[in-house]
Design a protein around this ligand. Structure first.
Ligand code: ADP
Ligand code: MG
Ligand code: ZN
Length: 497
């Protein structure tokens, strides 16, 4: 009989506010250890916290984007535990009144649409970092007090197939990531820990009550998360099939070894002795504030995808590449708009400008980004130069191969496209005389092939075209060459010569 996997997620997103949640220290990543600290975030007794309003604003943005209801009167709670990365020995968090509740997000995996319910989103502060060495462990409190949103889903990922379970979780995290990025509230750098996902996973027979779950932490890429899920399903299934019992615990994923190991048995809420935070006032969120945040929500990635498909006739696949990052869709939209103006001046339709820009960004630009191993957020390319090139290729000034070559030169060396094209002789030879000469030369040299073509072997055309294009060099105009070659091949005098 089959096993069924049940998964629920707890995702931490570090907010990109300028200052920390309860003090004015910077949230900047890195820095010399213990240089981004003050008495409040270092937990000096008697120092009092003051809530950063921006954190609430960011929580509202995410909650509204994820269809949550907002807790108009909420407060903070203390979660007590002793660990060296937590100087106060408690974390300020929200247990009883999370700021957002009962939302959902939708994912599409293998053609199947799923609604994943969000149980809650709450605000809390991050802890510090322990640096272990052979001499002992050193504390860095720079991350203490960096604001976090914790997003908790219901255990709605239910699958019999392990690969499917991993695919659904990854799709959900992708969607969360793009939402956080488009809302401009988190940079989602998994390597730097600014987006972290904990995987709660249990296995059961279909129809039975949920089994005992484990929580796996420490994955720093989507790929690692997928691997960790498949590993944990295998591990739990094996134990259960051998008649064993799953221990409820927190496990740490080791991506190099492709395994996880138990870190600690999982605490229950009562072990933390939560109680209302006495040093902070309750937060009253006005209806006006909520309305204002709602009104100012930016267009999200999935909404952009739908618009691109609807308004420009762009395919679903291409639309999803274009919205993989805010900078990529931003680049696309700028190009479409600017080249639209160029096209309009040329009396071509603006829909073509968008399609042409979409092909450029989702194809060549994405390939260059990948090869150069840079992140979309670090992409810096002149849109004016790209618009010039889009104008050239669609206006018949350069061919597709030269277009590609020049785009790459702009990407890598920021060349001036006009100069580059002139220097490399890429301007298309659109002079009938030059093309006719090249065609005649090739036909004269390949009379047997020309005769075969005329005898009905149409495939030969491609071969002759290749020779003509080679003869014309990089500036060859394929359309013109094709036209003249077909005319010349049909001309009777060649048959006789
Ligand atoms: P805790 O209080 O121990 O953190 P929660 O009830 O808050 O437990 O749930 C934490 C996470 O575990 C949630 O994401 C939830 O969806 C998930 N979860 C709950 N029950 C199960 C289960 N049986 N199998 C897998 N995940 C589960
Ligand atoms: Mg929990
Ligand atoms: Zn501070």
């Amino acid at each position: 009989m089959k096993w069924e996997t049940v998964i629920g997620l707890e995702v931490h997103a570090e907010l990109s506010t300028k200052s920390k949640i309860f003090c004015s220290c910077t949230t900047a990543y890195g820095g010399e250890p213990n240089t981004h600290v003050c008495p409040v975030c270092a937990g000096i007794p008697g120092a009092l916290p003051v809530l950063n309003r921006e954190v609430v604003e960011y929580a509202l943005r995410l909650g509204l984007a994820l269809n949550c209801s907002i807790t108009r009167q909420c407060k903070f709670d203390r979660k007590n535990y002793f660990y060296p990365d937590l100087p106060k020995a408690y974390q300020v968090s929200q247990l009883y009144t999370p700021i957002c509740r009962d939302g959902y997000l939708e994912i599409d995996v293998n053609g199947r649409n799923r609604k994943i319910r969000i149980r809650e989103i709450h605000m809390e502060e991050d802890a510090g970092k322990l640096n272990h060495s052979s001499h002992g462990s050193l504390m860095d409190f720079n991350r203490c007090g960096v604001p976090l949103l914790e997003i908790v889903t219901h255990p709605d990922f239910i699958n019999e197939d392990a690969a499917n379970a991993a695919a659904e979780v990854t799709a959900c995290l992708e969607k969360l990531r793009e939402t956080l990025l488009y809302l401009d509230i988190c940079d989602c750098k998994m390597q730097e820990g600014s987006m972290r996902a904990d995987i709660n996973l249990s296995v059961r027979r279909p129809g039975e009550d949920p089994g005992v779950r484990t929580e796996t932490k420490n994955m720093n890429s989507f790929k690692a998360i997928g691997r960790a899920i498949e590993y944990e399903i295998g591990r739990q299934t094996e134990i259960l099939e051998d008649g064993g019992k799953i221990v409820q615990e927190t496990r740490r994923w080791d991506d190099d070894r492709g395994t996880s190991y138990g870190m600690r048995s999982k605490e229950n809420a009562q072990d933390y002795r939560y109680f209302p935070e006495p040093d902070l006032l309750p937060i009253n969120i006005s209806g006006d504030w909520i309305a204002q945040v709602k009104e100012n929500l930016p267009e999200l990635a999935f909404q952009k995808r739908e618009r691109y498909m609807r308004d420009y006739g762009i395919s679903a696949d291409e639309a999803s590449v274009l919205t993989c990052h805010k900078n990529i869709s931003g680049l696309f939209e700028t190009l479409a708009q600017k080249s639209g103006a160029v096209f309009a001046a040329n009396a071509a339709s603006s829909a073509n400008a968008a399609v042409e820009s979409a092909h450029l960004v989702s194809g060549e630009i994405m390939r260059l980004i990948k090869n150069a191993n840079i992140l979309p957020e670090d992409l810096n390319i002149s849109t004016d130069k790209l618009v010039t090139l889009i104008g050239f290729v669609t206006g018949g000034k350069i061919n597709r191969a030269s277009y590609k070559e020049t785009v790459e030169a702009v990407f890598t060396n920021n060349v001036n496209p006009e100069n580059y094209i002139a220097d490399k002789g890429l301007m298309m030879v659109s002079d009938d005389k030059a093309v006719t000469e090249a065609v005649e030369k090739i036909i004269a040299k390949n009379q047997d092939s020309a005769a075969e073509y005329r005898a009905g072997k149409e495939k030969i055309f491609g071969f002759l075209m290749g020779m003509v294009m080679k003869e014309l060099g990089k500036g060859g105009n394929p359309e013109l060459a094709k036209k003249i070659l077909s005319i010349k091949l049909k001309e009777a005098n060649y048959e006789k010569s």
